[in-house]
Design a protein around this ligand. Structure first.
Ligand SMILES: Cc1cc2nc3c(=O)[nH]c(=O)nc-3n(C[C@H](O)[C@H](O)[C@H](O)COP(=O)(O)OP(=O)(O)OC[C@H]3O[C@@H](n4cnc5c(N)ncnc54)[C@H](O)[C@@H]3O)c2cc1C
Length: 404
């Protein structure tokens, strides 16, 4: 196959797709177009070691410029794709030029939800976290003694809280749901992380909403809560989820359904256009889902690349995810959607444990806290479509290897 393959986006999905396309075909023309000023980079350290200052920008970059040169992959940074003309197979770019494609991949990622300006979302000192620029804007305020309010007790909020409290800030997490991590994890995992954060002095307020952020001279000074409490704040991190970047797809009439809708082959409603990663929703066990994780973005992109070149591979999600907070590494295997039972398995290390999610007799997912062996065995069991009875998984004497 020959032709011009264009990738919109400069994140994990775009980078992996470019590499896979080149690995599979040495002749096609490949161009990556990204609106960020830097080469594609990994985002997970933004809320971990990059934010704390332990990891420099160079170590975030997924592939250096020399890789693009050697592989003959053109990359345009600082350039936003504004519109797609599907009939002419052209893209209109932010520098007013246009470019054509034979096959197009949308890997446009997602955007953090923000607080409306009516509650103070646009005040100075109120931050989101998606890019290196966002992390660079937060870091100067991470001074010992400063007071940080984190709005939203999801993984990104909790990770930022962990970094900030270890740097000596006084941190308060506000979660409107009954418990932190409610959307993504079982009560046992929420309890584990509530205890962990509280042991580092982080205050966690659950079941209470934010009413508004107060200000002085345009800068945030406190958070007013729905129960009347006022929490002083020098800075606020808003971590209330993301929205898929669908504007380009919507603008050219592609089907959008909780993200850019793709089939099992990663193909959109236009056979010449594919979509992967955070921005795309795909069929999974009778549902249409969207995943926000690095392993998914990589695997999805690699399957899409093969199919853009004429293959017919079906993407089967075998999700896994991780989160680092303090000295605890969380590794998640599988998807817990639809679980009706959980068990807790104590790990070998002090304080280590895993939470196993079941639907009936079927193992769906496992959250493993400092328990890599349980994570690896559970992942293997789930990936091959097997299960392990819950009472046997709960028994710390069970040798999981026998089941994996
Ligand atoms: C702070 C943070 C911590 C995270 N931690 C973890 C973790 O621990 N583990 C994990 O598995 N996942 C983690 N994630 C999620 C993971 O980083 C994402 O799921 C992954 O980056 C998705 O890759 P992607 O290529 O789909 O999108 P992205 O990496 O978001 O890349 C999309 C790119 O497209 C660009 N773009 C968008 N629209 C246009 C346009 N019109 N023209 C040109 N360019 C455009 C964007 O600017 C961006 O550069 C984290 C994310 C964040 C923000």
């Amino acid at each position: 196959m020959s032709g011009r393959f264009v990738i919109v986006g400069g994140g994990q999905g775009a980078s992996s797709a470019a590499a896979k396309l080149r690995e599979l075909n040495g002749d096609i023309e490949i161009e990556v177009i990204c609106d960020e000023p830097v080469l594609p980079y990994q985002r997970p350290p933004l809320s971990k070691k990059f934010l704390s200052g332990e990891m420099p920008l160079e170590r975030l970059i997924l592939r250096p410029q020399s890789w693009f040169d050697e592989q003959n992959v053109k990359i345009r940074c600082n350039t936003r794709v504004r519109a797609i003309d599907r009939r002419a197979k052209t893209l209109r770019l932010s520098d007013e030029s246009s470019t054509n494609y034979d096959r197009l991949l949308l890997a446009t990622g997602s955007t953090p939800r923000s607080l409306p300006s009516s509650v103070g979302g646009d005040l100075k000192g109120v931050h989101k976290l998606r890019s290196t620029m966002d992390a660079d804007a937060i870091r100067p305020a991470l001074n010992s003694g400063n007071r940080m309010v984190v709005v939203g007790g999801g993984y990104i909020g909790l990770e930022v809280a962990a970094v900030a409290s270890q740097l000596g800030l006084n941190v308060t997490i506000i979660e409107v749901a009954d418990r932190i991590l409610q959307r993504v994890a079982a009560p046992e995992t929420s309890s584990f992380y509530r205890d962990l954060h509280q042991s580092y002095g982080v205050e966690i307020i659950e079941g209470v909403g934010l009413t508004r952020l107060a200000e002085k001279d345009g800068r945030v000074t406190s958070a007013e809560l729905s129960d009347g409490r006022i929490i002083d704040a020098d800075l606020v991190l808003v971590g209330i989820g993301v929205m898929p970047n669908i504007e380009l797809a919507e603008g050219c009439g592609l089907t959008v359904e909780n993200g850019i809708s793709v089939d099992a082959n990663c193909r959109t409603s236009d056979p010449h256009i594919f979509a992967v990663g955070d921005c795309a929703s795909f069929p999974h066990k009778g549902n249409r889902i969207r995943l926000e994780s690095v392993p998914h973005a990589i695997h999805h992109a690699e399957v899409a690349a093969a199919n853009m070149l004429g293959d017919d591979q079906a993407y089967v999600a075998t999700p896994w995810f991780w989160s680092d907070q303090y000295d605890v590494k969380l590794q998640i295997a599988g998807l817990n959607i639809g679980y009706d039972q959980t068990i807790v398995r104590p790990g070998k290390r002090d304080g280590a444990q895993s939470v196993w999610y079941y639907h009936g007799d079927t193992l769906l997912a496992v959250d493993a806290m400092n328990d890599a062996p349980s994570f690896m065995m559970a992942r293997r069991i789930i990936e091959v479509g097997k299960t392990i009875p819950s009472e046997i998984a709960a028994d710390p004497e069970t040798n999981l290897k026998d089941w994996a």
